[in-house]
Design a protein. Sequence first.
Lengths: 143, 143, 143, 143
Amino acid sequence: MPFRARFSYRVLWADCDSNRHMYYPNYFKMFDSSTHNLFEQAGAPVPELLAAYGLRGLFIVDAHAAYRAGCGWGDEIAVESHISEWKRRTFKVSHALWNGDVLAAEGHEIRVWGVPHPDDPERSAAGEIPAEFRARLDGGDDR
Amino acid sequence: MPFRARFSYRVLWADCDSNRHMYYPNYFKMFDSSTHNLFEQAGAPVPELLAAYGLRGLFIVDAHAAYRAGCGWGDEIAVESHISEWKRRTFKVSHALWNGDVLAAEGHEIRVWGVPHPDDPERSAAGEIPAEFRARLDGGDDR
Amino acid sequence: MPFRARFSYRVLWADCDSNRHMYYPNYFKMFDSSTHNLFEQAGAPVPELLAAYGLRGLFIVDAHAAYRAGCGWGDEIAVESHISEWKRRTFKVSHALWNGDVLAAEGHEIRVWGVPHPDDPERSAAGEIPAEFRARLDGGDDR
Amino acid sequence: MPFRARFSYRVLWADCDSNRHMYYPNYFKMFDSSTHNLFEQAGAPVPELLAAYGLRGLFIVDAHAAYRAGCGWGDEIAVESHISEWKRRTFKVSHALWNGDVLAAEGHEIRVWGVPHPDDPERSAAGEIPAEFRARLDGGDDR
């Protein structure tokens, strides 16, 4: 069972557009925030990952959202997230964004384990994901 | 041949995150801005659509981006956009985001032709896309 | 004694810029969010004001911030706000932004009670602030 | 005569809030972008300053805006900026934001010349502004 976490947020006026709903790119801010929360809840906050592994970032290579319902100013929303797929150098974070008990959006991010390029540290490259990072995010029951 | 337009933009400091690249949700701001530009260039700016058809909005139901390269502060970028697919009530806008001559991202938006719900004007519903709107965005060569 | 309220927030990655601190315009998002929270806590949430008084908005005419310390990603911040000055058609909201127990910024917003212009409802004009709105925000002890 | 520069921008849908005007904190994004443009036009772009002087950043210590008129989606705006005041370690950038020929806002930023703290390079401190940077931004007539 993958480790799961829930990021709660109250929609700000600043998040909404002229249609009086959360501006659609801001759903990805919510996904991103939920990913950061997921790692923190799993005991692997990004600042520690950067320090421990020489990681440069968990760069996005793919992002998707399907929108089912709007979110307005003041709404109490929550994003439920977990890692749904692992490859050697990338992983996929799946998100469900709830507005109260309405599923308002679903989506994913694919992120790469970004490290300095071995031949040119000015550039970044995809590195192998450390087993202990994966173990933390995989939960503990089924390994 | 679909009508195509190009939205040019210079990346602001405000668009970048702590990794010193354009923050990934902001690519969708670029897509959204390019869609608005596309309609305007085709002679169908959104404010006129709202007034002419009782349209409420061109609401997003699906958004996707694949990221290939970063964009940094001050970079001159351009988004090339066209409508790549039509259904009765929705259409798909395809985007290619160039950073100079590097293809930095590709993606799409699926948007619905949002009108007042016939039974309850407080709510919105998907309406049929007017033929003349489609004609403008379809270009003129192949109809 | 003016009514006071406290808006709590955890700084998102999305709020930070390439200097790895909250981007300076985002402090005003915090002030704005705190003003909305202040009214809600006082029993006068903006949506109710719009409905009850034909208010169009509490438009900003002046905004200021003095920055004393940075806020970084994940920091638990709080904005303490109250109305520090009243005029017939405008009022001043004073804000103190705390990062833990460090005063990170102070500032204000001056807002106008925006109503439809009596001669041309397409435009907005400054209207007189209703006594009962002021009473709620003034607190109740010293009147 | 101080050196002056003009930053032109077309307001995006993404910049506007539920009142269908540019969200008020976004005026500061415009000021910030105009300051970056001012330095670039004067031949002192921030990336070169960072490299040449060991500068860490031109951190904001004070920001103010007075709003006179709104800016809506699609409006062609321009910010005219110059440095209006110098101190040993800080300077003030004055901004006028035009919406077409309407003065929509005026404001300022006070920025500090941020360098590594001499006793603890983890921290930043205010450093003395180099004479040649000031000379570039002061224009050339009155030196």
